[in-house]
Every structure is written in C-alpha cells, then in structure tokens.
Write a protein that binds this ligand. Structure first.
Ligand code: ZN
Length: 220
C-alpha cells in the first residue's frame, strides 16, 4: 500500500508540475507573441520597390534572373521587397507594352549595360545611378571580375550586388558610400567573398533609411 500510495502520489505531483510548466510556457509564448505584434508596424514592416529591368548586354536571361534573386535577397534583409518587371531583353522590347506606362512612385528602372561608355556618371566599375529613378549596372566588368584570379564567384552574384548597390544610391543618394557592407565604394577580395556567402548587405542604419525613403516616396 505504501508503495502504491507513493506511486499514486507521484503522478499527482508530476501532473501539477506539468500543468504549471504548461501555464508558464503559455504565458511566455503569449508574451513573446504580444511583443512581436507590438513591434510589427514599426520595425518589421516591409516596403516594396518595383524594378523595370532592361537588359542591353549579352547576359543571358538566366544570369539576369539569378542576379535579381541576389539583389532581392540583399534588400530583403533590410525589409525591402523588390518586384521585378521584365522590360526589354537583349534589345527586344517587352511585347505586351507593360513597360510603356509612366513610372509610378514606387518604381525605378534598372538597365544592364555591357560596358562603361566613358560618360561622367561613373560610380564604380560595376555601375552608376541617376537619382532618383534610374540605375545601371555593367555586365562585362562583372564577368571579368568573376573570371579573374580564382574569384570563385558567379557573375550573377557580382551583378546582383551591383544592382543592390545602385538601388541603394537611388534611395540613399549619391554620397552614400560606407566603409562596410554593400555600399562600399570599391569591392576587394574580401567583399567578393562576403558577397559569395550572402553577407555583403546594407548596414542597419542604411536599412532604416531605405525604408524611410520608400515611405516618403509613397506619400509624395
Ligand atoms: Zn556607389
């Protein structure tokens, strides 16, 4: 009997403890859910930017799509969602005329050019931006960099980073280079390796500014 009562008592205690543990877990869970809900409007709201892409280079549509995914991944880490609209490709305009409409407030143009043509817009070897609406990236320098000294990086990675960098200029201004991250003026070997690992991104301050600029555009 003693043994039986001991065994009878233990489940009771365990059940009580289990109930308390579940209640404590639920309380913690509810608290964290409430925290997330409270933070959502200010800190994790996603802004959207539509990008009309015109490819005037020999880059294949697959390279362009992969570059777009790279750029989108970089901006996504700053809670900015890029939506891509394929306009002219390999000098052929889009058939349905979707790119003939005037740009909306949350739209920009991205051109993929072959090479710098010597004009004074140069931002870096990989592209330039004409604030506030048009970014351009160069395919051939990105291709050469990807093939140089065992860089072990795809051309689409460099091209995608260049797209993100120039979009950064459209939203942050021409004088927005920083000493670290995707807005560095030039990319050394370490930067390329970071890019390859998806670590060449905007700083948290830049991310905040990107979202503020997009909100301002939507309101103006
Ligand atoms: Zn730049």
């Amino acid at each position: 009997m003693r043994a039986a009562s001991r065994w009878a008592a233990k489940p009771g205690i365990n059940t009580e403890r289990a109930v308390l543990a579940v209640l404590a877990y639920l309380a913690l869970t509810m608290a964290s859910v409430n925290d997330v809900l409270a933070e959502t409007p200010a800190s994790t709201a996603v802004e959207t930017l539509e990008v009309r892409v015109n490819n005037y280079s020999r880059a294949s549509s697959e390279v362009i799509r992969t570059a777009q995914r790279t750029a989108a991944g970089i901006l996504e880490q700053s809670a900015v969602r890029l939506l891509w609209l394929a306009c002219s490709a390999n000098n052929e305009p889009a058939e349905n005329g979707i790119c003939d409409k005037p740009l909306r407030r949350n739209e920009i143009v991205m051109r993929v050019l072959a090479e710098p043509n010597g004009k004074q817009f140069a931002d870096g070897v990989f592209g330039f931006a004409v604030v506030p609406l048009m970014a351009s990236v160069y395919f051939e320098p990105a291709y050469r960099r990807a093939k140089s000294d065992a860089a072990e990086v795809e051309v689409s990675t460099i091209l995608g980073c260049a797209m993100a960098h120039e979009i950064g200029h459209l939203l942050l201004g021409l004088n927005s280079h920083s000493s670290i991250g995707i807005m560095r003026a030039t990319w050394g070997r370490n930067d390329i390796q970071q890019a390859r690992r998806g670590l060449l991104v905007f700083t948290s301050d830049q991310a905040t500014s990107l979202k503020m600029q997009l909100r301002a555009r939507a309101q103006n």
